[in-house]
Write a protein that binds this ligand. Structure first.
Ligand code: PMP
Length: 379
């Protein structure tokens, strides 16, 4: 049987999405595909409250770069708020583009206080502020709603990295003052990897206009926006099957309902945490900043990280190692997209077995029982 992939992306792919991947590849200007592309973009605009949506071949990192290169000039300054490796990545993207980044960080697992963000914005005029909604290395969920208010108050462009949050945690751009969401499809959207997705608001579109030309060809929004408005025209060949797959994902999301989907993620996150707590496995992330989409937890003392993950794989479950300064000390369980309590039960029972096999005695069934009890509370 296939392994259960419980890493923080890619996530398990539901049957209708997999079947779309296996469709005969249509020509990219063929009517059936154009209809699906349009449907998919319209659905995404609804999910994000976006003015415009760009979906092209690439990865999350390209969406970060595409977001910045279309709105900020080389030589301008931005504020990068970081809660880990992926927040730090935004400073690296800026540097590669010749954009200056002031970086605001904090100890691993903690959240940068809003007062510190406000102090920075008050002290200097930034072209943009970047924030990672959920940093996949630390499991920290940021405060985009509050940061949106600050961005508005200090009149700076607010760019949110939604990669580990989009479609699993609310990101209403208009309600929260988010000018752009840079994201991708292999996490809470639950499709195979390979898409660059940018949700764009009116202020970001105006910025692109004001810049005139930008130093990129493939990533220039002006080359893509006419295609997004009319997908029967051509700029560069889109990944046809992936877009068909994303369209299935969007249909699943809208059929579930945004509120239901976000509530399910919240409930899964709480269940995983209750399960781990029952066997003494502690999260890296501060209680106030725990994300619904993944859990980053310390190995109990004496557990070898490679041996633990190898045991988990023997039981058919793949979890991820940690990144950055907690590498080797913690592991990560992704719990987003189209997974539910059944997958959590299998994952936690494998965690119990792996720990027992590695000489850390835990009561069999304790984590599973606590997770199910937490899940059933909300039933
Ligand atoms: N931002 C965050 C928060 C991420 O978790 C990741 C990937 N793990 C990225 C950006 C980069 O995405 P990709 O690997 O698709 O380039």
């Amino acid at each position: 049987t296939d392994p259960l992939v419980m890493i923080p992306g890619p996530t398990p792919v539901a049957d209708p999405i997999r079947q779309a991947m296996a469709t005969q590849t249509y020509g990219h200007t063929y009517g059936g595909f154009v209809k699906a592309y349009k449907e998919c973009l319209a659905g995404l605009k609804t999910i994000f409250q976006a003015e415009q949506m760009i979906v092209v071949g690439g990865a999350g990192t390209l969406s970060m770069e595409m977001g910045l290169i279309n709105t900020v000039r080389a030589g301008e300054e931005i504020l990068v708020v970081t809660h880990g490796v992926f927040g730090d990545r935004y400073a690296l993207v800026a540097k590669a583009l010749g954009i200056k980044a002031d970086v605001l960080s904090c100890p691993v697992g903690e959240r940068v206080p809003l007062a510190e963000i406000e102090a920075k914005l008050a002290a200097k005029k930034y072209a943009a502020i970047t924030l990672t909604h959920v940093d996949t290395s630390s499991g920290v969920m940021a405060q985009p709603k509050e940061v949106g208010e600050l961005a508005k108050k200090y009149d700076t462009l607010f760019i949110l990295d939604g990669v580990c949050a989009s479609a699993g945690i609310p990101e209403p751009m208009k309600d929260w003052g988010i000018d752009m969401i840079v994201t991708t499809c292999q996490k809470a959207f639950g499709t195979p990897p390979g898409l660059t997705m940018v949700a764009i608001g009116a202020k970001a579109l105006a910025r692109r206009e004001a810049l005139g030309t930008v130093p990129t060809y493939y990533s220039d929004w002006k080359n893509w926006l006419p295609i997004m408005d009319n997908p029967s025209t051509y700029f560069a060949t889109p990944p046809v099957n992936l877009i068909l797959a994303l369209n299935e994902s969007v249909k699943i999301i809208l059929a579930e309902g945004l509120e239901n989907r976000y509530a399910r993620h919240d409930r899964i996150g709480r269940s995983v945490r209750a399960g781990l707590a029952a066997i003494g496995v502690k999260p890296v992330t501060a209680a106030a900043a725990l994300a619904p989409t993944l859990t980053v937890a310390y190995y109990p003392a004496g557990v070898d990280c490679a041996a633990f993950r190898a045991k988990m794989e023997d039981y058919g479950v793949v979890v991820a190692g940690a990144l950055g300064e907690i590498k080797g000390k913690a592991f990560r369980i992704g719990h987003m997209g189209n997974v539910c309590i059944t997958e959590i039960v299998k994952t936690l029972s494998s965690v119990e077995r792996a720990l027992n096999a590695l000489g850390v005695p835990v009561q069999s069934g304790a984590a599973v029982g606590a997770a199910c009890a937490e899940w059933d509370k909300a039933a």
